[in-house]
Design a protein around this ligand. Structure first.
Ligand code: 4AD
Ligand code: MG
Length: 434
């Protein structure tokens, strides 16, 4: 057996590969035999190729063993590249030798199975072409986000995930036993990012965030990837400008770099390329008026839930900023609006077509008394946030920031019905395994 170097399967389809010998390896996607010839589809990270194996070439033993390799079994093949119009991509690999790495057991995943079963077998289901495409788009999205932030001179930092106080209010925090004391899984890195502002001015982190929300909705996970940015010397206009440039930038980058995966998942890359900043802005007051006119039972002070967010964006092609929410609806750290003390300098970015909130953003309260008042109203133990209040005592400057739910972005980008399809091992109220 020759010791030719292993090449990616995609190489088989290069013009100059025709007639040459290649050595590939991967996983069998499907296999059938007819009249002494085996037809296999072999997949590696670069692509899929049809492999044909003849009994008289391989010899009866290898032929027989190869014909028993299961779907998702692993093999190596050396053979000759030939044109064949009937094969996918018009090429096939005619095997001279096959080495079985793992013949595998019968693969238990089929199309018709229930969603529950497929979630139990998630560790195998994620080999599906849909998941492969999804996680390649996700990787590209994360890369594009980091590239944008790098160009904007925002420094990546690494806040803790375990902490002694919940960042976004206690109700939705997972509490753990931290050597006999309560510990909390991070809901947001924001408070730590604020602490890192003074030396760095612009910081971001990409961390898992945890939300103990019992709500079973198609847009909530209990663990998700949270990209958070904090910017010194920034007001609401500056923040909105930053967010819309960032969103347009990563949508364009993903469309340019992963068009085939997007198309395979049912999203035209052209639609993402057409997104342009600035995005429309809608003050909360006007959102309420619009919703009331549509028959929603809302008044000033009502929160915007899934149905309301959906109604506001169903007809939109562009994401929409809803600005200046009532103070009571939002977190303690948000800055009171100088123009209307009933509201805060905050905005949520809603995805078009009814997908709902994808970014939560605000200017941070710099007034120590206001902050203390809100912390007291929340019923939080003031001592727990004393370290955070210290930030207002030493070089307290205007600043603002936001958090993006990576899976929320992807759900909209790929128009997935449920957010769990955007993460390999979804964590929801009913499931934290596999
Ligand atoms: O609006 P949220 O709760 O804001 C914060 O946590 C801020 N401290 C962020 C900051 O300013 N640094 O969450 C931010 C984003 C939401 O807009 C949404 O995209 C996502 O996080 N998110 C979730 N994604 C999936 N599952 C959940 N349960 C989510 N909760 C929030
Ligand atoms: Mg929010």
């Amino acid at each position: 057996m020759s010791a030719a170097a292993v090449v990616p399967i995609a190489r088989v389809f290069a013009p100059e590969a025709l007639g040459t010998d290649v050595h590939v390896r991967g996983w069998v996607q499907r296999s059938r035999s007819s009249g002494g010839i085996l037809f296999l589809h072999l997949r590696d990270r670069s692509g899929t190729v049809q492999v044909t194996g003849k009994k008289d070439v391989l010899g009866p033993d290898v032929f027989d063993a190869t014909s028993h390799v299961q779907v998702e079994g692993a093999i190596e093949v050396e053979g000759t590249v030939a044109d064949d119009p009937r094969a996918p991509g018009g090429r096939e690999l005619r095997a001279r030798t096959v080495t079985i790495i793992d013949a595998g057991n019968p693969f238990p995943i089929f199309q018709e199975q229930t969603e529950e079963f497929r979630l139990d077998k998630r560790h195998l289901v994620i080999r599906s072409s849909e998941h492969v495409a999804t996680f390649r788009v996700k990787a590209e999205l994360l890369r594009a986000m980091r590239e944008f932030l790098d160009l904007e001179e925002v420094l990546e930092v690494t806040p803790p995930i375990l902490g002694g106080n919940p960042a976004e209010g206690g109700a939705e925090a997972f509490v753990i036993d931290y050597f006999g004391r309560p510990g909390y899984l991070s809901q947001s890195a924001q408070l730590y990012l604020e602490a890192m502002l003074s030396p760095h001015e612009r910081v971001y982190s990409l961390t898992p965030s945890f939300r103990a929300e019992k709500s079973r909705t198609p847009r909530h996970l209990t663990e998700y990837q949270h990209l958070e940015v904090e910017l010194a010397w920034c007001d609401l206009e500056g923040l909105i400008d930053f967010i819309e440039r960032m969103v347009a930038s990563f949508c364009h980058a993903v469309a340019e770099r992963r068009p085939a995966e997007l198309r395979a998942l049912g999203r035209k890359p052209e639609e993402l390329l057409a997104l342009q900043a600035p995005f429309p802005r809608l003050p909360y007051d006007e959102a309420i008026a619009r919703l009331a006119k549509q028959g929603f039972p809302v008044t000033w002070g009502s929160d915007l839930g899934t149905a309301e967010e959906r109604a506001l964006t169903l007809e939109e092609q562009s994401p929409l900023f809803v600005t200046r929410y009532p103070r009571e609806l939002k977190a303690f750290y948000m800055q009171r609006s100088p123009t209307d003390p009933r509201t805060v300098e905050a905005t949520d970015l809603l995805a078009p077509e009814g997908y709902g909130e994808i970014v939560g953003a605000s200017c941070r309260e710099t007034n120590l008394d206001s902050l203390q008042e809100r912390i007291a109203e929340m019923g939080a133990n003031p001592g727990d946030l004393e370290w955070y209040l210290d930030l207002r005592r030493h070089g307290n400057v205007p600043h603002a920031g936001f958090g993006i739910g990576v899976e929320r972005i992807l759900r909209w980008m790929l128009r997935r019905e449920h957010i769990r399809e955007t993460t390999p091992f979804p964590r929801t109220p009913s499931r934290h395994t596999p």
